[in-house]
Design a protein around this ligand. Sequence first.
Ligand code: KIV
Length: 271
Amino acid sequence: MSVHKEIKRVTTHVLAEMKLKGEKIAMLTSYDYSMARLVDQAGIDIILVGDSASNVMAGNETTLPITLDQMIYHGKSVVRAVTRALVVVDMPFGTYQGNSLEALNSAIKIMKVTHADAVKVEGGKEIIESVERILSAGIPVMGHLGLMPQSINKYGTYVVRAREEVEAQKLIEDAKLLEEAGCFAIVLEKIPAELGAKVAKSLKIPVIGIGAGGGVDGQVLVIHDMLGITQTFSPRFLRRYLNLAEEITGAVNHYVQDVKSLDFPNEREQY
Ligand code: KIV
């Protein structure tokens, strides 16, 4: 019997057990109550309240503008819906870099107000003091290395990261640092599959990939991308399970026609 089927509530210990038993971890983002409820009921292991909310919910070009209060609003909505999955809330840009006390206060606010299970931060050595301080308060931390969307202005492009040896070596060292500090898992975004597998093999904690190949311990996608709500974003790593954009526009178009033609509401649809 798989760990996934046996347990009623996913914890960081359950995730560690999944890695030990070689059972892959399934993670998706959600930002609101209704979607999170469906995603949880479908058996997802981790729900990430990603700062990708800045893109897919608010229409910003990057993840940078989203605020702590906005992430808390999304986090609260998701936690209200979830009974089984582990809920992780992204710490937004500017709330944890450079000042570990501010990082701790931001993380405490997220945990106190949303009742989420953990927070996620982007970066390695540069933010390790913040990671350690958040962990010292008993707050589980998920790391995020490789393509780090909060640093997009430093790189200027969303191309595959760590293709070069120097960057790959830094990523390996950062992953080790995060594990040693006490992170319970790490996300690796858009890196060569070989490097993803190497990091997953060298760490005891689960490594979840998005565009990091099949050799890691689990996969994560942005829900709007895998359901085909977003249409222009088509990286190689994305598998679309639905074309919801077409379904939704088709349904709305049908409704408009029904209203205009007096077909809706009919006799049975009124009092
Ligand atoms: O914000 C987000 O959705 C993420 C995932 C891409 C891992 O960080």
